[in-house]
Design a protein around this ligand. Structure first.
Ligand code: PLP
Length: 387
């Protein structure tokens, strides 16, 4: 193998990034380097154009006519917080799932304390399948929002968002979809799925952008309040923060380097047709799944097939803690994986892997079958340590 390490941790953050990313950041620093909106000079206008360009590229990715309803934040976590805290009012009720990340669960817990917001959790089975009727059963007269993870970062299952969206539509409940693990990997069509009111995404995973940039989509920007107020470069004579989007949600100086970088990678993903990457990654996932299933001491979690799945596998080795396996893989075989609860504790309770968690492998388009073979050999060697 050529590399000095093998990177199987794309669900944490993608690596390596395509060269267009650092070229775009370099270009921004060298040729633009200014703040948009704050001044009306030429460089400021170029900076403004960069923001619009990145938003329009994201709109293409999400099949929206234009990027006006997309706002930048530092990551999915900030976007989710902004939506939950901007939308939910005292005594509102929320329905969510056991697949959620702490970026959803922790703000909900906080809102429980600060605004008496209550929430119910619909539990999947151990393969991540839901009984859709369970969602309907939990609806009360106070239910204002469903928050659904589009793709689990622990077992890689994708959720039946279209069917869940139908339920939301039927009961006139708003829907927030967390696409941290799916944006840039699978096709998300917001025109076809008009029932989605809010969507959060992060730039540094499958969108291949830098860390510190992400964003969110809000269908009706007037249905949520602001979380931050501050300078917008507009209406500066008044102390009241503007209600007009995008300023409403984009107070302060944004991460323009991140926006430029993300624009370049989204453009690159669209040019390359990112769905081809997904196909390759799923072939690798299936191959790895089969190889792991052949080893008696391996316990694999989540879906048994690659249907409705992301390129991600969670496993344990009988007689080993997840942390030990991940440590050996890194120390002795230069393979980067993610052990533990992966910031999603509830799904581990469903899997029976709480509190030690699992070893997670997550693949990107640069991973190869050869790397999987090397990894399988490494697993066999680790197993032999305790024989
Ligand atoms: C499902 C899911 N939601 C939300 C997040 C949060 O993303 P970020 O850390 O970029 O805010 C993650 C990150 O791991 C995730 O996997």
């Amino acid at each position: 193998l050529d590399n000095s390490y093998i990177y199987f941790d794309h669900a944490s953050t993608s690596h390596p990034k395509p060269p267009c990313l650092w070229l775009a950041i370099k270009n921004y620093l060298e040729t633009i380097g200014a703040s948009p909106g704050r001044s009306s000079h030429r460089l400021s206008k170029l900076a403004h154009n960069q923001i619009i360009q990145t938003k329009n590229l994201l709109a293409r990715l999400f099949h929206l006519p234009k990027g006006d309803n997309i706002y930048f934040s530092s990551n999915a976590t900030t976007g989710i917080n902004l939506i939950l805290k901007g939308f939910l009012k005292q005594y509102d009720h929320v329905i969510t799932t056991n697949l959620e990340h702490n970026s959803v669960l922790r703000p909900l817990e906080k809102l429980k304390i600060t605004r008496s917001v209550s929430y119910d959790i619909v539990f999947s089975d151990s393969e991540g399948r839901f009984q859709l009727s369970e969602f309907e059963k939990k609806i009360t007269s106070q239910t204002k929002l469903f928050v659904i993870n589009h793709g689990s970062n622990v077992i890689g299952v994708t959720t039946p968002i279209k069917e869940i969206a139908e339920i939301c539509k039927k009961y006139r409940i708003k829907l927030l979809v967390d696409t941290a693990q799916t944006a840039g990997l699978i096709d998300i069509n917001l025109t076809h799925m008009d029932e989605i009111d809010f969507l959060a995404f992060t730039g540094h995973k499958s969108l291949l952008g830098p860390s510190g940039i992400g964003g969110f989509y809000v269908k009706d920007p007037f249905c949520i309040d602001t979380l931050y107020e501050g300078g917008t470069g507009t209406n500066s004579h008044t102390l009241i923060h503007p209600e007009t989007p995008p300023f409403k949600f984009e107070a302060g100086t944004l991460n323009y380097l991140g926006i430029a970088g993300l624009g370049a990678t989204v453009n690159w993903l669209l040019e390359q047709n990112f769905l081809n990457f997904f196909e390759h990654e799923m072939n690798i996932t299936e191959y790895c799944m089969q190889k792991l299933q052949e080893i008696e001491e391996v316990i694999l979690y989540g879906p048994r097939t690659i249907e409705s799945k992301l390129p991600l596998l969670s496993f344990n080795l009988k007689g080993f803690y997840a942390g030990e396996v991940s440590y050996f893989l890194d120390e002795q075989f230069q393979i980067c994986t993610r052990p533990g609860l992966q910031c999603a504790p509830l799904v581990h309770k469903t899997l029976g892997t709480f509190p030690h968690g699992t070893v997670r492998l997550s693949f990107g388009h640069t991973n190869t079958f050869e790397e999987i073979d090397y990894f399988i050999q490494a697993i066999k060697k680790i197993l032999s340590l305790k024989k």
